[in-house]
Design a protein around this ligand. Sequence first.
Ligand code: NAD
Length: 248
Amino acid sequence: MDRLKDKRALITGGSSGIGLATARRFREEGARIAIAGRNPAAVEAAAAELPGVATMVADVGRRSEVATLMEQARRELGGLDVLFANAGIARIGPAEALDDATIDEVLTINVKGVLYSILEAAPLMTDGGSIVVTTSVNNRMGMAGSSIYGASKAAARSLVRILGRELVERGIRINAVSPGPVETPIYGKLGLPQATLDGFAADLSRKIPLGRFGRPEEIAEVALLLASDESSYLVGTEIVADGGWTQL
Ligand code: NAD
């Protein structure tokens, strides 16, 4: 299995959920990988099951930390062929209930984090490369309670198009994967009681034609396709992986 043979890949948000599943998959396909996350203990715990992986800690919402992260990637991997700009957070609830700190946090991580990651990674892609951004189906639908999260993902989707246009002349392709609900620790970080989460999950599962949440490994397969040369003619596009929720 050599779909990413000789590729050097950095995965932000690589310590958990979709990012961790993708790190496993990229490694299986022959990539040399680095994972980055915000929490040092979580990054080290993830690395324990990924022998040979380079580990890095950075808050993608801070440009200076992203610049340092890319400098580390240059030192440890010698450059980059693939960036999976996947780090992100979710916050849900009625728009009237959102405080300014929450609004700023979501926009900073989900929008500026993607922008900084792409801008700082591009100079390392001296032979061209592939950038995959994790957006969300919330970028394209009017789901109540998803206001600032959906808006942040729509902005990320827009960056895929616009930076995709700006960087394609340097041989860098940028595409998005837009998951529907996926079983990851992200839901446990919403600060909601378990019973509320269970009700939310049951309600969403009923709306999804496949009848269930996605698995992180299913999103990793899409990230792999977009990262690899098999998607050489895909630029600025979005692959929706949502069990048919927004498609049928
Ligand atoms: P997760 O909480 O398991 O993982 C998120 C990762 O992002 C963690 O490694 C975390 O450390 C990292 N991260 C968060 N803020 C960061 C910051 N400021 N700097 C650096 N790293 C940071 O969640 P997940 O579900 O695997 O989410 C991955 C991506 O997928 C996110 O962008 C999320 O919005 C998106 N997504 C998830 C779902 C879902 O249902 N799980 C659906 C659509 C999109």
